[in-house]
Design a protein around this ligand. Sequence first.
Ligand code: MLC
Ligand code: AMP
Length: 503
Amino acid sequence: MPNPLFDRLFAPHRGSARPFLHLPDGSTLSYAGFLDRAARFAAALRAAGLGTGDRLATQVEKSADALAVYAACVQAGVVFLPLNTAYTAAEVGYFLADAGAALFLCDPSRAAELAPVADAAGARLETLGAAGAGSFAERAAQLAPWDGVADRAGGDLAALLYTSGTTGRSKGAMLSQDNLLSNALTLAEAWAFTEADVLLHALPIFHTHGLFVATNVVLATGGAMILLPRFDAAQVLRHLPGASAMMGVPTFYTRLLAEPGLTREATAHMRLFVSGSAPLLAETHAAFEARTGHRILERYGMTETNMNTSNPYAGERRAGTVGLPLPGVELRVTDPATGAALPRGEVGVIEVRGPNVFLGYWRMPEKTAEDFRPDGFFVTGDLGVVDAEGYLTIVGRQKDLIISGGYNIYPREVEMVLDAQPGVLESAVVGVPHPDLGEAAVAVIVPAPGARPDPAALGAAMARALARYKQPRRIEILPELPRNAMGKVQKNVLRERFRGLFA
Ligand code: MLC
Ligand code: AMP
């Protein structure tokens, strides 16, 4: 039975003794071993009653098993929904309910805390820990590997990745098999990946970058990955000699530059460094080249669209730009007011169309309709300009969004938590430059008349509601927020005022 994603990315490796994952404990998992693990998980999914189109949510630590669950979902036709390990129980509860997840896998250490939210959402809870621990892994170990493959079409849903909305409510981006497969094949070719590659993988695997860009490109070409639990500059440097390529967010590169061990010799055997998910400063690009001789290849993507543009592998990599549209991706820049296409050289909203662009937002037809043009172009909300040679530069964002260390923070979501606290009249959350994270969130609070909000209480309220990375690094108190004639909060004024906070 056809299942394009499984048939192309996974099935060709069946029985292969080639290495797929080099793990932190020094062991190596072959493709055959990985697929056996996945097939046992697929059997466990089926035994739990999950079938094609059902949703499986995971909030688990990065591991070979966590990746094998992704493979199992593809094999069994189950929609994969990975969640950031930093999400609080309150955040997780929303995703489970909104997605209608049938099964939720969490780390054994958080089972007690998360059981009530899984229960409330009607999701069955199982656990998955490191190295075969957890009820789901134990159950799978008892089962024979499933040797079937679910029947899926290219247009069928493969994954649901949540991305926050400007209204504060997260939206599930529906990614089809074709969305993921087309992008994996395009990137593998554009970046010249082969089975000889070893990718140093230090990104989280619950977002597009680490999950689809990194993992699918390797699966498509049969190379291997050094799977590190998280980014740690010293650890990355230790593992570089065994790698040929690395993908990271800009913070990876600024942190590596702070290490004296980052030298031309240490990176001599590397053939490619890729950056994305947030703007890479031209000075970081230049500093990295001066130290290592490597010109970082910057690309631009989004959860909803996978990767859209990339600097060329063989041609000129222009610092400060995100390169050219990838093959098969159409890109235009339009007037934010009229939607009319703009000529090269003019700044406008970036719109994209192609096999990489998602199906729409889960159970939000109005929101989906709002973000697509009638001719099928998706409005990214990023502002950009295309130069005479076709290179795209991202100059800003139309959407109110902070990108901190490659994670998105939607100010509205944080403001809603702050506004609900006693003594807070209103709040505004803005992103200001941060040397390590690119941008960091700052909350500006206006106290209610006569009130003196307690910063510790505000911090505690945010810790209950929001993942740590979303919690503002600073809370500033002002008597009022700057507003324009229409009464709209002038966030640019606040950004200017606090731009030196972390300098
Ligand atoms: C961690 N913290 C963050 C943070 N990451 N705060 C703000 N922004 C972040 N990105 C919190 C921690 O919880 C901790 O809290 C404190 O900040 C300091 O942590 P740290 O030890 O310095 O952080 P670290 O664990 O090293 O993580 C930093 C990081 C990580 C940059 C390595 O955030 C990371 O791996 N980012 C990659 C994100 C990513 O993959 N994005 C791709 C999205 S897909 P405390 O309690 O100690 O104060 C996408 C599409 C595309 O965007 O185009 O790719
Ligand atoms: P996410 O919603 O997490 O997928 O984040 C997608 C957003 O990250 C995009 O809409 C851009 O704003 C931003 N982004 C991704 N890659 C780049 C890049 N290379 N330069 C600047 N911004 C980027």
